[in-house]
Write a protein that binds this ligand. Structure first.
Ligand SMILES: [Zn+2]
Length: 139
């Protein structure tokens, strides 16, 4: 017989992670897109200013297989290559702030429902484009 007392004791003390969708964020791909639109080179570093927070962040270029490159931030705390930086008491990556995703809080059945809704939404969009003659659907 299994004793579950320890499990419930630990579960009561569990504090759920803060979600990254609740915090303001900075996307490195947006900086690349803006630089391309303005026909400027992507800078090697940038300064993120949010309210009273100011953080100098390095930008790393990652070459793509078919040419071009993608720009990623180097997290100021862990120095790992990250696309998104989140703004809390400091400006760092998701793992440094110990943030979680919304789907990590769902049960397995809840995740499958979200996945199903996502597939249904894609199929609906595809059929809408097929009616307009934008996308050809082959069967
Ligand atoms: Zn980090």
């Amino acid at each position: 017989m299994t004793h579950w007392g320890w499990y419930w004791k630990i579960k009561k003390q569990h504090i759920p992670k803060q979600l990254c969708s609740q915090l303001p964020s900075v996307d490195s791909f947006v900086i690349t897109k803006q630089a391309r639109e303005e026909q400027k080179a992507v800078p090697g570093s940038c300064t993120i200013i949010y309210g009273q927070l100011t953080q100098h962040v390095s930008i790393e270029r990652n070459p793509c297989n078919y040419g071009g490159f993608r720009a990623f931030f180097l997290c100021p705390q862990c120095a790992q290559r990250k696309r998104m930086l989140y703004i809390s008491t400091r400006i760092t990556c998701r793992s440094c702030l110990k943030l979680g995703y919304h789907t990590q809080r769902l049960t397995p059945s809840g995740r499958s429902l979200v996945r199903r809704a996502k597939i249904e939404r894609r199929l609906t969009l595809r059929s809408c484009f097929a009616k307009r003659g934008v996308v050809e659907v082959r069967r």
